[in-house]
Structures are given as C-alpha cells and as structure tokens.
Ligand binder design. Structure first.
Ligand SMILES: [Cu+2]
Length: 602
C-alpha cells in the first residue's frame, strides 16, 4: 500500500540496533543523561520493571501515575499501574466478586479495560463507550462477578497509555481447582516500548506510512532479482508493486527501529528468567500486549503443547512455534530437561525480538537464534484466492523471488489503485461485495476474491521447517456455547489507506460511523473480510467470538481474532450482553486512526 521507490535503504545503524536490545537492568532510573534536570529526576519515582508483583484476593487498589523508566539508556516517563511495568498480576477466583479501586494520579484522564472478561458494560472501561473515563484525581471503582477462568490481561483504553506501560496480566483460577496440571506456572507478557512520544510516532505515520519500514526493496534487491530472473522479469516485478502503490514488505507499521521488545518488562539484554527443575512440567502463559507488534514465539529445543487460548482451554496441540497478535493469549506446556532454553519472540517484520530464558538457575542462558529473514508478501496475501492460484503455480514458493510467472500480471487493470479490476472467474467460492462507503479516499485496496484458509500460519511462517500453530488447529472442548444457528449475518470489511494512514471498517473511520446494532440474545454470524495488506487482530468486547471453519463448523471460542491480508473469516456471536461495547483492531495505532466501531446490544 506504499510507494516502492528504488531507494538506497537507510538501514538502522547496527550499533544502534544492538543498543536497542536494551539495558540489562532496564527500568530502574539510572545513567541519567545531562539534559534530565536533577529536580525532575528527584521527584519522579522510578518504575519497577521485570517480574510483576502479584496481587490476589477480591479487593484491589490500583494507582495510575507517571513514573520514570529507562530501557535503552535514555530515561523516559512511563504510564504505570502501581509503579511497575508490567502492571501487577491480578489473581482472581472464578465465582468471586472483585472490587478494584483505580485512582488517577496524573493530570490527564485514564481508564482500565479488562480484556476478554465477560462483565456488565459499565465496568468494561472504554471511555466514551462504557463510561466517562477516570478524571485526574478521581477514583473509579470497578465491581463485577468473575464468571470465567483462565489467562487474561488488562490495559488502558485511553490515548497511547498502553504503549507507555499500562498493561498487566489477569489469572483466574477455575472454581473447581486447576484442570491443567503443571509444576510451575509463569506469565510471559510480551510488549513493545518506544523512547519516542507515541503521539510523535503517530504523527510520523500520518505523514509517511512507511516511516519505520527499513525492509523496503533496495537497489541491491533489484540487482539480485535481475541476476536470478533476468532484467525483464525484474523490471515487471518492480513495476507491478509500483503501479499498485504497494510494498511487499508492509508487515508492520512500527519496527525495531524505534521499538525495544520486552518480555515481562525486561529487555532482551535483561533476559527475564523462569526457573525449573529438569523433568518438571511448566505452564507458560503468553500474553501478547504489544501495541503494534505480532510476535512469533518458539523455544529452540522444546516442543510446546498449546492447551489454552484467549482464556479458554483448547484440545492440546503440540507445535514448534506460534504467532500471537496484540490482544491474544496462548498458554503452552513444556517439559524442559536441559539446563537452559531461550524463549524467543521475534516480531513479525523480523526487526527485533523479545527474549528470556527458562533455566535451572539464575544467570544461565542458551544461544539466542538469529532473526529469520523477512519474507515479502505474496500475491495471495494481497488478492486472496486469485493470488493463491498464482502461488499454486509455484508450489511451495511464497516469496516474490519465486514469482517470475507474475510478469503476466502486467495486463491487469489497476484502475483506482484498487483490486477492483482483479475480478475474474477462478471458480472461487466467495465473491466479495463491497459497501458503497468502501469507494472513497479512505480505501486504497479492495479484495474481490478472498482466501478462507485458516490453516495458513501467515506470512513468514509458511514452510519454515517448523510445525507452526494455525487457527485451524484450535478446538474448544465441548463445542459452541449456543447450539442455535445464525439468525442474522453481518459483514464488515477491514479497510485502510496506507498513504494517508487511515484505518477503518467498511471505509468509514470511527468518527464517521454509526453504531452497529445487535438484537439482545440474537445469534449472529459475523464475517470479517480483510481488504488490506496487514493482519488485523479484531477484538469484540463483552461477548465471545466463536471462530468457524470455512464450512461453518465450530472451531474455538476467542476474544480476539486475527484476520490475515486478503482473508475472510467468520464467527458466531450470541448477543447476550446488554449495553454499549467497543469493537476494534487491537493494533493501537490502527484503532486510533479509526478502525473502531461501537456496538449497541438492545
Ligand atoms: Cu488493524
């Protein structure tokens, strides 16, 4: 969706790249640079980072404040809950009623949203939708009955506070005692930190959507293509991307150029460590709290058995790797036997990683793998099933270097820089309808023949020699909560314009949209159709999203569903939660740019 000029690539300075792996002792205020005034430093309490404190019971007091933090050598102000990053782990018990008093000690409003928790809408914590937010100096009391068990998390739903540190884990014990047996149990919360002011990051993206993309095709890539495929094919490949005003490297808006990726609030150099004794069974609760980052997680030398996703048990499936998008949670069981293992979570665009260790004692670590090479998006990623036909011609190939055959694409109609001209009869089952509102300046691409392949692990994870989890692998035991078929179908398109950095649903940013109405207790089939080149983790508040196979059979109960480029997924919702709810992309900058809707259940 971006211009792909032949540019010499200003790769980040390697010394800087190493530097942003962070300080070993990130978090505490140290190494003050001269421009930080001592008085400022004196009054700012330092943020505690790394393993978060654990709070349990039914009464909680949380204080939101600005405290100082230092992940990279540059002291910065963070937005924290009880002075720590991550925020305290809250341990609840299914069936209890919890009371949480949240006090705002800042001079701007704040909020806390309980992600994935089923509760009355007034307690959901989304300013402007469920309540007014928490004003400076005010204490807001959340009180609700805990009706579920499992791994969840909480975060600010105000401004960019989530980016600057406001996120923590929630662990809810099942009423009947633990049903997954483990000798050790660790939260592994992944996140992304920037020293820049997030408002400035957003402003930069608004001006230039690919500001943080340093993987764009370079002159060197072009000459490599020439030597592999010949001048003609290399030129037409380049021309194809340019004419579509897209970049095949459009994998993440914000990269390791500015991000330091954190594991439990520790930088890669800080190496968060979970201890174990050989032979023990360890449960790792991965929580994807990055504001704008998908993480690909693996533990070299260990198989991971995925047992619990988005707070729900799933039939165990053993894998080498899984992708977790912002908002999603994945619990895995591992049985480590060696002395040390690396928990490796590389960003989807391969510009950095979060890292920690499982070890038999503090201070041990295992080798850290190299980042995988970034893969370019394929035609299938952009055009769905039609692009898939092209991909079929090339067998397992999924990089542009294998797409010489695409030279034939020159004849296609790029009118309006959209995919609208791409419609052709391929016998695909689904032929998209686009709303009138999709034909406007907010939309630079439309997919007419989407793909529905939930067994695709996504760009960068295909055919990498590892067994990678896919959505098709997920099965919630016991099936759907509601045996009724859908009474109504709602189709929403995930849309955007990368040049303008606008993100929307059906071509309408939140400010131009009207609420979506669900009739109380109605059973709905929701279809999300991705008309963009990016993966969007879509989070519906207040109600479960029951993911379906393309054939309509039940797969898994989720609170967040990532929709890949040019993909179409469907899920069932029982609208049993009266009130007003948020529904949005969990990429924070996409949400702020307009990929957000209000849902009214009445
Ligand atoms: Cu998005």
């Amino acid at each position: 969706m971006k211009q792909t000029p032949l540019k010499t690539c200003p790769l980040p300075d390697p010394s800087r790249r190493r530097f942003i792996q962070g300080l070993a002792a990130g978090g505490v205020l140290m190494g003050l640079s001269p421009w930080i005034k001592p008085s400022w430093a004196a009054q700012a309490a330092a943020t505690h980072t790394g393993a978060a404190p654990v709070l349990s019971g039914t009464e909680f007091d949380l204080t939101i404040a600005e405290t100082a933090v230092n992940f990279t050598g540059n002291p910065r102000m963070a937005t924290t809950i009880n002075g720590s990053i991550p925020a305290p782990v809250l341990r609840w018990r299914e069936g209890d009623t919890v009371t949480i008093r949240v006090t705002n000690r800042m001079n701007v409003p704040t909020s806390i949203h309980w992600h994935g928790i089923i509760l009355p809408y007034q307690m959901d914590g989304v300013p402007g939708v469920s309540f007014n937010g928490i004003a400076p100096g005010e204490t807001f009391t959340y009180r609700f009955k805990v009706q579920q068990a499992g791994t969840y998390w909480y975060h600010s739903h105000t401004g960019f506070q989530e980016q600057t540190g406001m996120y923590g884990a929630i662990i809810i014990e099942p009423r009947g005692g633990a049903n997954i047996r483990a000798d050790r149990d660790y939260v592994v919360q992944l996140s992304d930190w920037t020293d820049e002011d997030p408002m400035k990051v957003f402003a930069r993206l608004k001006k230039q959507g690919d500001y943080y993309n340093f993987n764009e095709p370079t002159a060197a890539d072009f000459f490599r293509d020439v030597s592999v495929m010949g001048l003609g094919a290399a030129l037409s490949k380049r021309r194809m991307w340019n004419e579509m005003r897209m970049s095949p490297t459009d994998l993440a808006d914000i990269s390791g150029y500015t991000y330091t990726y954190l594991m439990n609030g520790s930088t890669p150099a800080g190496n968060w460590t979970g201890l174990f004794k050989p032979g023990e069974r360890v449960r790792l609760r991965f929580i994807s709290s990055g504001t704008q980052s998908f993480f690909d997680v693996r533990i070299p030398g260990l198989k991971m058995t995925v047992v619990h996703v988005d707070g729900q048990d799933v039939e165990p499936v053993t894998v080498d790797e899984f992708r977790c998008g912002p908002g999603e949670t994945y619990d895995v069981l591992v049985e480590p036997r060696d002395e040390a293992y690396t928990l490796f979570a590389q960003s989807m665009d391969r510009t950095g990683y979060a890292r920690g260790s499982l070890a038999v004692r503090e201070g041990l670590s295992a080798p850290v793998p190299e980042l995988d090479k970034p893969e370019w998006l394929t035609m299938a990623d952009m055009m769905g099933s039609m692009g898939g036909m092209a991909a079929m011609d090339h067998g397992t190939s999924n990089t542009m270097t294998g797409m010489e055959g695409m030279a034939g694409m020159e004849g296609m109609d790029h009118s309006g820089h959209s995919m609208a001209g791409m419609a052709m009869d391929s016998g695909a089952a689904v032929h998209a309808r686009h709303a009138k509102t999709e034909y406007g300046p907010s939309v630079d691409m439309r997919v007419d023949m989407p793909r529905t392949n939930l067994d695709d692990p996504g760009i960068g994870l295909r055919n990498n020699g590892r067994r990678v989890l896919t959505y098709a692998d997920l099965h919630t035991p016991g099936g759907s909560m509601d045996s009724r078929g859908p009474e109504r179908e709602i189709e929403l398109h995930l849309t955007g314009n990368m040049e303008r950095y606008t993100w929307s649903l059906d071509g309408l940013e939140f400010g131009k949209s009207t609420p979506i109405h669900f009739r109380h207790n109605q059973r709905l089939r929701v279809i999300l159709h991705n008309d963009t080149m990016m993966t969007h983790p879509m989070h519906l508040h207040g109600m479960w999203s029951e993911l379906q196979n393309p054939d309509g059979s039940f797969l898994a109960r989720r609170h967040t569903i990532s929709v890949q480029p040019a993909q179409r997924v469907s899920f069932l919702v029982t609208a049993d939660a009266l009130g007003q709810w948020a529904w949005h992309c969990h990429l924070l900058y996409h949400m702020d740019a307009g990929m957000f809707r209000k849902v009214v259940v009445a």
